[in-house]
Design a binder for this molecule. Structure first.
Ligand code: NAP
Ligand code: MG
Length: 399
């Protein structure tokens, strides 16, 4: 068999621990035998980030801007314990944060559905794609614990030197708490663009919600910017037969629970933080959650939503058997290959990506899976627990 050709390379960002092991196997067992794989390789493994003073992360992000499509392996975000474990020069920032900042992108998370693994919410039949605005609000807030007798004001200094001052609260008899937070119109606008663009890509309707009845100025501005940006996409939405709905956050939550899924849900930063964990848990396993970063000008970075699965890696290093779910990492590869194929008009590559996804799902649906999925599986066949590599070989048989 001749291999499928690629015209433009993908940006490949390698990573850490167990997912780095899976990465190599996925390429060897499922991709390279069939595709003449072309990638620009960047090693984002923690040791190499440390050796290059994190330059490699910046280069990988710049390459994504240039080539338009990237696939990323999970990486360690160092904390104090990792500083000693890897003998690091610095506590480098999260690579995901760095890439997101450079691409000004939005992260969309969605579950991978397989027959036999049903969500805890029985009405959910299609994925709920959740977008979190990862800038501002309480995450960059300033707060203060006040004492009795304090008065708190919101003060704005304008360019012309004048000042606007508003009383927030008077703490007459008892102390309390106060917080100042912000967001930026350009960040909200980029977020809105990425969301509308991705809903169009997936051809699914989209919902955005805030609490503008209460936060009239703050959330009112979010609502207005989304409305304004939607004008740019309105005609395309109509043509694709999809809709955009703005509603209140409590109404949105109720609608999501009774929906069938198949919707993109755009969330403000805090709502997205909380709701993404709720939606992910309700769909089953972290190993089945994928994630894509989309920039407002249409650059894509695909990855798994989970981390480097450290606990399994330490077992692997001891030579013990592991049963780590590689599905989300496989789908990161297929997402990137399919997008590359779409952009280059490479139908063979698109078809290959779809077949690999189908083969992966059939493997699970026929009862062959990793340990995390066993307790979630309800079907006529008795599920068999496979080791990490065995699972990939089982997919290869079907591919
Ligand atoms: P994690 O790697 O997602 O793993 C947490 C636990 O969830 C695992 O121990 C495992 O549970 C289960 N799990 C996650 N993915 C799985 C899979 N594919 N197959 C089977 N089980 C899976 O999170 P963490 O342990 O909190 O973080 C480890 C490292 O990953 C950290 O250094 C963190 O900085 C990094 N991280 C990176 C990213 C990213 O690059 N996008 C995201 C999150 C975290 P059991 O142990 O019970 O089997
Ligand atoms: Mg969270």
């Amino acid at each position: 068999m001749s291999k499928i050709r690629m015209t433009t390379p993908l940006v490949e960002m390698d990573g850490d621990e167990m997912t780095r092991i899976l990465w190599k196997w996925i390429k060897e067992i499922l991709i390279e035998p069939y595709v003449d794989l072309k990638t620009e390789y960047y090693d984002l493994g923690l040791l190499h980030r440390d050796e290059t003073a994190d330059q490699v992360t910046l280069e990988a992000a710049e390459a994504t801007k240039r080539l338009g499509v990237a696939v990323k392996c999970a990486t360690i975000t160092p904390n104090r314990q990792r500083m000693t474990e890897y003998n690091l020069h610095e506590m480098w920032k999260s690579p995901n944060g760095t890439v997101r900042r450079i691409l000004d992108g939005t992260v969309f998370r969605s579950p991978i559905l397989a027959k036999g693994i049903s969500p805890y919410v029985p009405t959910w039949k299609a994925p709920i794609v959740l977008a979190r605005h990862a800038y501002g609000d309480i995450y960059n807030a300033v707060d203060h614990i006040c004492e009795a007798g304090d008065k708190a004001y919101l003060t704005i200094e304008h360019k012309d030197g004048t000042v606007t001052k508003k009383l927030i609260a008077e703490f007459e008899h008892a102390g309390g708490v106060v917080q100042g937070m912000h967001n930026r119109a350009d960040s909200i606008r980029s977020f809105a663009r990425s969301c509308f663009r991705y809903a169009l890509d997936l051809k699914i309707p989209m919902m955005f919600a805030t609490k503008d009845t209460i936060a009239k100025g703050y959330d009112g501005e979010f609502k207005a910017i989304f409305e304004e940006v939607f004008e740019e996409y309105k005609a395309d939405f109509e043509q694709a037969g999809i809709w955009y709905l703005y509603t209140l956050i409590d109404d949105a939550v109720a609608r999501i629970v009774r929906s069938e899924g198949g919707i993109l849900w755009a969330c403000k930063n805090y709502d997205g933080d909380v709701m993404s964990d709720m939606v992910a848990t309700a769909y089953g396993s972290l190993g089945m959650m994928k994630s894509v970063l989309v920039s407002p000008d249409g650059k894509y970075e695909f990855e798994a939503a989970h981390g480097t699965v450290t606990r399994h890696y330490y077992k692997y290093l001891k030579g013990e058997s592991t049963s780590t779910n590689s599905v989300a990492t496989i789908f990161a590869w297929t997402g990137a290959l399919e997008k590359r194929g779409e952009l280059d008009g490479n139908e063979a590559l698109v078809a290959f990506a779809q077949k690999l996804e189908r083969a992966t799902l059939s493997t699970i649906e026929e009862g062959y899976m990793t340990g995390d999925l066993i307790p979630l599986f309800y079907a006529d066949v008795e599920p068999k627990k496979l080791e990490s590599e065995e699972f990939l070989r089982e997919i290869a048989k079907r591919l």
